[in-house]
Design a protein around this ligand. Sequence first.
Ligand code: GAP
Length: 498
Amino acid sequence: MVSIDEINSFCKRKGLVFPSSEMYGGVAGIFDYGPVGVELKNNIKKEWWNSIVHSHDNVVGMDGSILTNSKVWEASGHVDNFVDLLVECKKCGAKLRADHLIEEILKKPTEGLSSKQLDEIISKNKIRCTECKKGELSSVSEFNLMFKTNIGPSGKEFAFLRPETAQLIFTQFKNIVEVSRMKLPFGIAQIGKAFRNEISPRNFLFRMREFEQMELEFFCHPKKKDECDLFDGVKDVSVNTLTAAEQENGAHKLSKKTISELYKSKLIKSKWHAYWIASRVKWYFDLGIRQENLRIREHVSKELSHYSASTWDIEYNYEFGWKELEGIADRTDFDLQQHAKVSKKDMAIHDEATGEKVVPHVVSEPSVGVDRAFLTFIIDAYNEEEVNGEKRIFLKLNPKLAPVKAAVFPLVNKEGMDKKAEEIYKELKKHFPTFYDDSGSIGRRYRRMDEIGTPFCITIDGQTMQDSTVTLRSRDTLEQQRVKVSELVTKINKTLCA
Ligand code: GAP
């Protein structure tokens, strides 16, 4: 598997991602997207929005603010609970995340362990600072991950930068219900920036301080979590599974299970939760993530967030192990009740079907980082092979995600081929992102496009001038077919819409 460092330098080389403010030394955990990267990132967001909002009659979107009143985060529990556990080196002063330190040194999972338990492990195993390699470590303390900033000139008012987009959905819940006349069950979705002052951002886009999230809060009547009319459409989705019981028994072997089996055996506790887990797994599979690289893992009870009754993570098998790509929690009515309590506003809504007033439950909250998904799609699509004694790197991205869909090359810049190529390029560009390249050998032009995952390359040659046909070359099979210029748009669009 390609290493995370190789992916990092590949992304920089190909204009996908750069360290932010690099000319001044950068900031750990903060990145900028380049011309190619922003296209891929936008395509990921578009596919998510289509599958969550546009494909469901009962889901609407919103776009909330980043700076938020601090009361929001008191009510949500983030002021008290949104902490990571920290140790400090008594010699060099390095601050390290206690759980990551133990995982790195002892290669043992630490999910859900308390500060006391982490302290015991550190002292029992005589773990020292990994920075200076000598220093003894302080006892474990809590570190709140929220960024705080001043509002206005007085210096007295402050706000938090949101550490998740979800709370904006809860605080606008009543307004959205009113204006969109949603009936239970329904969802509100959002894509936007989130900020966390991570103690040790690492693994490139995996753990960042500024990132984007794609989140859906799906609300339903507390007694109707099993009334899901969409379940049959996903019941046969089959995925590698690791349950809480299996983890507690020390069994870490994966087995493939269908969503239907998981729901029937009550491993996934409600039908709506099962539906959203399956839909999200299917989304990754449909966009080309290899099935063997994905699993769903149930949280063991001690690792559940303060708001969650049940959480399943979709995990990817990264170079640094199986890690969370997306979390899908049953958040119950925790957030709406908390906001009702702190704001003293009624968060209950009228349920038309039963005539009752209820505070709905978030039966499912699929939540994924755009950047983490971006990283995962690239790792999974990255391929190296030898062709005619030369290394070929190609990103086998689903054409829907590919930043550029087609590239047009004149074989030589004479005999009218360049003019014809430009004409074809201008026509294709009206339909999908297309790139024009007339510099370097054809082989090099192909390689450049392979590296950014362009599914089709079109070459205009002498024959084009005779019979209006071109060669259409496939990124994945390297096959070249002779195709009529008039058929190019239909042929390429067929792949993009598949
Ligand atoms: N609203 C629920 C929530 O925020 P979370 O598990 O803390 O839950 C959800 O975050 C997703 O956001 C994660 O699965 C991951 O994809 C992404 N994410 C979280 N922290 C991140 C970070 N520091 N850098 C990049 N992505 C992150």
